[in-house]
Design a protein around this ligand. Structure first.
Ligand code: PBG
Length: 327
């Protein structure tokens, strides 16, 4: 056979395969989402996300111990308040759930990097991500609250804020307020390219944040659109975002690639609750090999161009990286 080019030559053994590997993964780029709730001395498993828990502030340490031991250095915090109201005022309360968690964790784990999800849907009685005007979310009134939430997180010790509400102009509103109040060095990771997705289903059960009527399609994006995703990403760059996120991950890797090619900021992607739940469910049935699927999904995200990967499997991935199974 007269063949000079043989791609298989570089696949001959494991040492060689690793030597020529194109995508390398480091656990310092993993971010672990975590749920904190009001109350005392409770840890509850989330039924739609087996293996994931909600913690009261006084119980978070056991999770943080495991997390830091695994080598994951940052968390994305979500709050689950006891009380909700029309305007989601608990989201910026000084003694709100996220604010208390931040103070508690910062004092005990000063080396852990704390990112907060900035949104209102866990705090509003109607479950929408902003203040309502009739049955629609009032964009510009919501901006004031969103900026106020981000500021209160920074004041309580957040290292970075991550707005996920999808209101127009919120990155600029947050940046302006943070700067005015002296938080110039707190970066904004914008959930810029966020689609209206059924993959968030298990999260909404976890956080009790499903909208009580309608859906989120008037603010989150239509999943048929790619150019619109790029438009959102570019706008948030202009407004002062420091990191751009694409969410969900698995079904949206074309957007990760597109955004990576068009901007110079770090790109994050969030492997959301529905992705985790699907893997768990299939693994529990014995239909797939959970560990290798998790590695393959992560490599796919990084190969597409992600610099940061937000995943409920962060601890496991850090372990797989250390064991050389991936990376
Ligand atoms: C808040 C928010 C959601 C998620 C992250 N931030 C829910 C939503 O937009 O409905 C989803 C995360 C996940 O599914 O893991 N707006």
């Amino acid at each position: 056979m007269d063949m000079t080019v043989r791609p298989r030559r570089l696949r001959g053994n494991e040492v060689l395969r690793k030597m020529v590997r194109e995508t390398r993964i480091d656990s310092s780029s993993l971010i672990y989402p975590m749920f904190v709730m009001d109350g005392k001395n409770r840890k509850e498993e989330i039924s739609s996300l087996s293996g994931q828990f909600r913690y009261t502030v006084d119980r978070v340490e056991e999770e943080l111990e495991a997390l830091t031991a695994s080598g994951v250095g940052s968390v994305l915090l979500f709050g689950i308040p006891e009380k909700k109201d029309e305007e989601g005022s608990g989201a910026y309360a000084e003694d709100g759930i996220v604010q208390r968690a931040l103070r508690f964790i910062k004092e005990r784990y000063p080396q852990l990097y704390l990112i907060t999800d900035v949104c209102m849907c866990e705090y509003t009685s109607h479950g929408h991500c902003g203040i309502l005007c009739g049955h629609d979310v009032d964009n510009d009134r919501t901006l004031e609250s969103i900026a106020r939430i981000a500021l209160s997180h920074a004041q309580a010790g957040a290292d970075m804020v991550a707005p996920s509400d999808m209101m127009d102009g919120r990155v600029r509103a947050i940046r302006t307020l943070l700067d005015r109040e002296g938080y110039l060095s707190v970066p904004i990771m914008s959930y810029a390219v966020k689609y209206a997705s059924s993959f968030y289903g298990p999260f909404r059960e976890a956080a009790g944040s499903a909208p009580s009527f309608g859906n989120r399609r008037s603010y989150q994006m239509d999943f048929h659109n790619r150019r619109e995703g790029l438009k959102e990403a570019l706008l948030d760059v202009e407004e002062g975002a420091d990191i751009i996120m694409v969410k969900p991950a698995m079904s949206y890797l074309d957007l990760v690639r597109e955004v990576r090619g068009q901007i110079t900021l770090p790109v994050a992607t969030y492997s959301v609750s529905g992705e985790y739940a699907m893997v768990k469910a299939a693994a529990e049935k014995g239909w797939i090999d959970e560990e290798s699927i998790v590695c393959e999904m992560a490599a796919g995200a990084y190969r597409a161009g992600a610099d940061l990967y937000i995943t409920y499997y962060a601890k496991e991935l850090a372990k797989f990286i250390q064991e050389g199974r991936i990376g």
